[in-house]
Design a protein around this ligand. Structure first.
Ligand code: ADP
Length: 263
């Protein structure tokens, strides 16, 4: 296969057959990257050809979640993405020497994301997932421009304060023209071994974001699922093999697989 000849300017431009999901959240720490990594692996496990762009440039965590320290290789003008758990993945973390912080401004961030989209040899993908940085900053807007057909997945916790900022991240779609594919609530109540229900972050955040976005956007936005707090999810992420692969029948693993199947 010729890697260099006739390289399309943007393989995910208008007319692309790849479904692109940009995963957004209002703030950090709600599990956006964990959910993204798990959805990617769950979709790949269903036999789809999946790519993952870690666009959380300042706070990248995808290589660790997928257990890869591989470096992208270059072939002529193209970058070959490392493959982790059968997902093709690219992250700024793969280009840095140590744990150096990324102190880039908007134009550099846009250029980095552009390279991830156009200079990486993705091949024919069924699905591309993009782990956006939290909030409504430069990269979220660049991602929408570079991936015109992308749909937003909005991750929130059950907490009302989190829901408010998550809804704002979803409402960015009004300006970018993106569709909101749905809302995913994460860190929902867990059932302890003795049967006690622990709702650390309260409840209702997912429903609240869904309702706010449905009203603001004028089209129905669905709550795709509610992923419980689950120690297995955290541990498996730390180990670099996402819960959907390592403990698919765990409460979080089962729900994430159900959400992936519904996309
Ligand atoms: P974000 O990308 O939104 O900043 P992360 O995906 O990095 O969030 O998750 C933040 C932390 O919370 C991680 O340590 C992760 O393992 C943990 N975590 C995320 N979701 C859950 C969950 N459902 N149950 C337990 N721990 C979780």
């Amino acid at each position: 296969e010729q890697l260099t000849a006739g390289r399309p300017a943007n393989p995910f431009g208008t007319g692309s057959l790849t479904r692109v999901f940009a995963v957004a959240s209002g703030k950090g720490g709600v599990g956006k990257s964990t959910v993204t990594a798990n959805l990617a692996c769950a979709l790949a496990a269903r036999g789809l050809s999946v790519g993952l762009v870690d666009a959380d440039i300042h706070g990248f965590s995808i290589p660790g979640l997928l257990g890869t320290s591989a470096r992208p290789t270059r072939v002529d003008e193209m970058i070959l993405p490392p493959v982790a758990h059968t997902v093709k993945v690219i992250s700024i973390g793969m280009f840095l020497d140590t744990d150096q912080p990324v102190a880039w401004r908007g134009p550099m961030l846009h250029r980095a994301l552009e390279q991830f989209v156009t200079d990486v040899y993705w091949g024919d993908l069924d699905v591309l997932l993009v782990d956006l940085p939290p909030g409504t900053g430069d990269i979220a807007i660049s991602a929408a421009q570079l991936l015109p057909g992308s749909e937003l997945l909005v991750v929130t916790t059950p907490q009302q304060a989190a829901a408010q900022v998550a809804a704002r991240a979803g409402q960015l779609s009004e300006q970018t023209g993106q569709q909101v594919a749905g809302v995913i609530e994460n860190m929902a109540a867990m059932t302890l071994p003795d049967g006690t229900v622990l709702d650390l972050f309260g409840s209702g955040g997912g429903a609240s974001v869904t309702q706010r976005l449905t009203e603001a956007l004028g089209h129905p936005v669905d709550l795709l699922g509610s992923v419980p707090l689950d120690m297995a999810l955290r541990q498996d992420g730390d180990e670099g093999t996402p819960v959907v692969l390592q403990h698919p029948e765990s409460p979080a693993g089962a729900e994430l697989r159900r959400i992936a199947a519904s996309l």
